[in-house]
Design a binder for this molecule. Structure first.
Ligand code: HEC
Length: 350
């Protein structure tokens, strides 16, 4: 059966109270009757019971929730993630636990009191409100929701008790807010729950995301592991092995002007004493090493750069190794110098 909504406007408290009594006599429940006034009159004045508020149950619920959260944090977390320090027993530390419990109980009660206030005052109002501007001027409005067949009876009742205005409102419109109100709070609760639970799922490792936040988990290449970044072209290491598997560890250095100049100086320092000078004069030790080949002889000039490098590194028969005296780069400089010489007659004295 369709509902109807009757609105009556009364000049002051007495006629309103009589109208309310009349409605109660007709058997209309109190929660179908809304009294609208600019001043906060006590319900008693209209012969109505004090409307039941849901504050206390809400408050108690919030306090219990807060207690549960506090106990979970202070007792649950150390039980889930035990850290044993100095052989001490795992217990919830007393003074901090008491403080946490107090704080969370108070917080829970406060939050739920606030929510309870919003809910009992049916915030948000998503329906068009029945209102009359004259209520602000001191008149009292009475809105009654009742089945349609009682409509005229209620209107007549309002008139007998001195209503200055009686209207029929669209009940369907005014009643449509309830479902939207519930939907609003359902969506809000789900969203709030999600916002609180999602970080907790991560915090308590129920959902595990493999963050790389510890060094030994992060990808790294030890110096003995590949792949390594290649050295820039033309670079010669000063450290590291000189030979790899018996071969020069580096590519021959480019025979640049600088390299040739360095090689010439170094040859004069390390090699000429046996192999002879550029002007063809024999080295000082020539008499002790009669078998030494002139550096521009066909025998030397037919060698490849790696072979000269290896000869300097290892020595050859009575020629000593010069690996300790020369860096890898200096060795290549000398190789460049030696192989840049023109093949020709043996220097004087040989
Ligand atoms: C202590 C004397 C001595 C010094 C210093 C010396 N050499 Fe020699 N070198 C020799 C002797 C001796 C031979 C011949 C070895 C043989 O054939 O038995 C030789 C041979 C060579 C050969 C020929 C290798 C071959 O496979 O035929 C080259 C190239 C060479 N030396 C380059 C150098 C260079 C470059 C230096 C300076 C970094 C140098 N030597 C310093 C004594 C020396």
């Amino acid at each position: 059966m369709a509902d109807t909504l009757i609105f009556g406007l009364f000049p002051n408290v007495d006629p309103t109270a009589r109208a309310v009594a009349g409605l109660q006599a007709m058997g209309i429940a109190d929660d179908q009757v809304t009294i609208m006034s600019a001043a906060p009159y006590a319900s008693k004045l209209f012969g109505r019971k004090r409307p039941r508020t849901w504050f206390l149950p809400f408050l108690a619920l919030g306090a219990l929730g807060g207690l549960a959260i506090a106990l979970f944090i202070t007792i649950g977390t150390p039980a889930l993630y035990p850290i044993y320090v100095g052989g001490q027993a795992l217990i919830a530390p007393f003074p901090p636990t008491a403080i946490m419990v107090f704080e969370f109980v108070a917080l829970g009660a406060m939050v739920m009191a606030f929510l309870g206030f919003l809910l009992t005052s049916r915030f948000p109002r998503l329906e068009p409100l029945i209102y009359d501007e004259r209520i602000s001027d001191g008149y009292i409005g009475l809105a009654v929701r009742a089945s349609e067949r009682l409509g005229d009876e209620i209107a007549a009742l309002f008139h007998t008790h001195g209503a200055i205005d009686v209207r029929h409102e669209d009940a369907a419109l005014a009643g449509s807010g309830n479902r939207r109100f519930l939907a609003f709070w359902a969506v809000l609760s789900v969203a709030a729950l999600g916002a609180v639970l999602t970080p907790l799922l991560l915090t308590y490792h129920i959902i595990k995301i493999p963050w790389v936040n510890v060094m030994y988990d992060s990808p790294a290449v030890g110096f003995q592991e590949g792949p390594r970044r290649a050295a820039p072209a033309g670079s010669v290491p000063f450290q590291g092995p000189r030979l790899v598997a018996g071969e020069p560890a580096t590519m021959p250095l480019e025979a640049s002007e600088n390299s040739l100049q360095r090689g010439g100086v170094l040859f004069g320092v390390y090699c000429a004493i046996c192999h002879g000078y550029e002007d063809g004069s024999p080295g000082a030790l020539h008499d002790y090493f009669p078998e030494v080949p002139p550096i521009n002889s066909a025998r030397v000039q037919n060698l490849g750069p790696n072979e000269v490098f290896l000869t300097i590194t290892h020595g050859l028969n009575r020629m000593p190794s010069l690996a300790e005296q020369l860096t890898t780069g200096e060795t290549w400089d000398i190789v460049n110098h030696v192989l840049s010489l023109e093949e020709g007659a043996a220097p004087a004295g040989q």
